[in-house]
Design a protein around this ligand. Structure first.
Ligand SMILES: [Zn+2]
Length: 425
């Protein structure tokens, strides 16, 4: 009998997991790993190599009803990360194509995974990057250098390759960014432990920044992806918001979502950044207004765009495909859960503002429990709040004061925007 993957999932039972670990057990759809009525395009899922409870070291073979075969290889992060490993997908689409190269330093793990599938790195003809975050493109140069594959990415990816990965894009002209800038400056100037932690953190990523420079200088075979482009069975959707260059790939009954739609995790929306001055002249006209390519409003609009597809397509995410001893096989309706999450947060923020709290750091302290605000947690939480305030500003639900504080306009226009996104699809 088919069961929902979340909740009471027998695959999470220790005995079941032991069975999986014993060998190449093939699991048919009827047995519980996904619900065939909500994911009708999946035919079979086989674990080729078992990993740990969060999917590290796992290799999976997925077959679709269309007979298309997809291999998923779990690649480890450079540093421990609560998102779990990055899932790279290998599929034969006009040649063997790797979707996401994985984190910096992951080449040995990728080669080991390919070996399990019976492939070599030189079999890869094309590497498609879902977006330019380290855990997705960190391994790109190493893969291309060894395979000779062609690099495919959304056109904005190539503009940002030259930027240092720590570039924040905070906009000193934005009143809402004042509090973030103040917090960041305070943190960097303080002789606290944070500063040395940050330096250590950055030094680990030096190799990543260097590898991006090598892509610029040494990788000549590149292909820029634009919204709506297609290649054989793949169609590319431009879905900015979590990242300025994010794409999803629609293929048969699945959508490869990168970090745009993840199970269990709500992807972090960007704040409305300012493009670096030296890029402004080079960035093509359709992208010149950063408001259309960054921020929560942009992210939610991109979710709406993905939801326009057949919602029963299965999400193949870059994280959490397997976590805590169970598979997370969701269809595109997962996008609606994420919209609801942000709707709830927007409502809570509006309530806090209407209760008289006006400054972004204070709103942050009201919204998040203290344990989430220690160390770098406060910075992440504050940026999350600012991204929501930017959306409320766009929908004219708040007024921003000269000192960076905010006031409610008591309009609640955001509810219409959210309802439209939820009801249109
Ligand atoms: Zn990302």
């Amino acid at each position: 009998m088919a069961l929902e993957i979340e909740g009471s999932n027998p695959s999470a039972h220790p005995i079941f997991i032991q069975m999986l670990r014993r060998g190449s057990l093939s699991i048919q759809s009827g047995s519980s790993l996904w619900n065939p009525s909500t994911n009708p395009y999946l035919k079979d899922l086989e674990i080729l190599k078992n990993g740990d409870e969060d999917g590290y070291n796992m290799v999976i073979h997925i077959t679709l009803e269309s007979s298309l075969e997809i291999f998923a290889i779990s690649l480890p992060h450079l540093l421990p990360n609560r998102t779990g490993p990055t899932w790279s997908y290998l599929v034969n689409n006009d040649g063997w194509t790797l979707i996401d190269a994985g984190p910096y330093g992951a080449l040995p793990s990728l080669e080991a995974g390919l070996g399990i599938i019976g492939k070599k790195i030189t079999d890869i003809e094309r590497v498609i990057i879902s977006h330019g975050h380290q855990d997705h493109d960190g391994n790109t140069y190493d893969v291309i250098e060894k395979s000779g594959a062609v690099l495919w990415a959304q056109e904005m990816y190539f503009f940002f390759l030259g930027q240092h990965s720590s570039y924040s894009g905070l906009n000193s002209d934005s009143l809402l960014h004042k509090s973030i800038l103040e917090f960041r400056n305070h943190t960097e100037n303080s002789p606290s432990r944070l500063k040395s932690d940050y330096a250590k953190y950055r030094s680990r990523f030096r190799g990543y920044d260097e590898s991006r420079q090598k892509i610029i200088k040494q990788v000549s075979q590149i292909h820029t992806i634009k919204d709506g482009d297609s290649l054989d069975k793949m169609t590319f959707l431009y879905t900015p918001g979590h990242s300025v260059d994010e794409i999803c790939i629609d293929m048969d009954g699945v959508l490869f979502t990168g970090d745009h739609i993840l199970p269990q995790i709500t992807p972090h929306p960007t704040i409305v950044r300012k493009y670096p001055a030296d890029l402004m002249d080079k960035i093509p006209d359709p992208y010149k207004d950063a408001n259309n390519h960054y921020g929560l409003y942009c992210y939610l609009s991109s979710l709406g765009k993905a939801l326009k597809l057949n919602n029963r397509k299965t999400v193949l995410p870059a994280h959490r495909l397997f976590n805590n001893n169970k598979f997370n096989i969701r269809n595109l309706m997962r996008g609606k859960d994420i919209i609801r999450h942000h709707s709830t947060r927007l409502k809570r923020i509006v309530n806090v503002i209407e209760s008289g709290v006006q400054s972004p750091p204070e709103i942050t302290r009201k919204l998040f429990p203290p344990r989430k605000l220690v160390g770098g947690g406060f910075f992440a939480a504050l940026s999350e709040i600012v991204s929501h305030l930017e959306m409320l500003d766009k929908t004219k639900d708040i007024q921003i004061l000269q000192n960076g504080n905010v006031k409610s306009t008591k309009q609640n226009n955001f509810l219409n925007v959210i309802n439209q996104l939820l009801n249109d699809h």
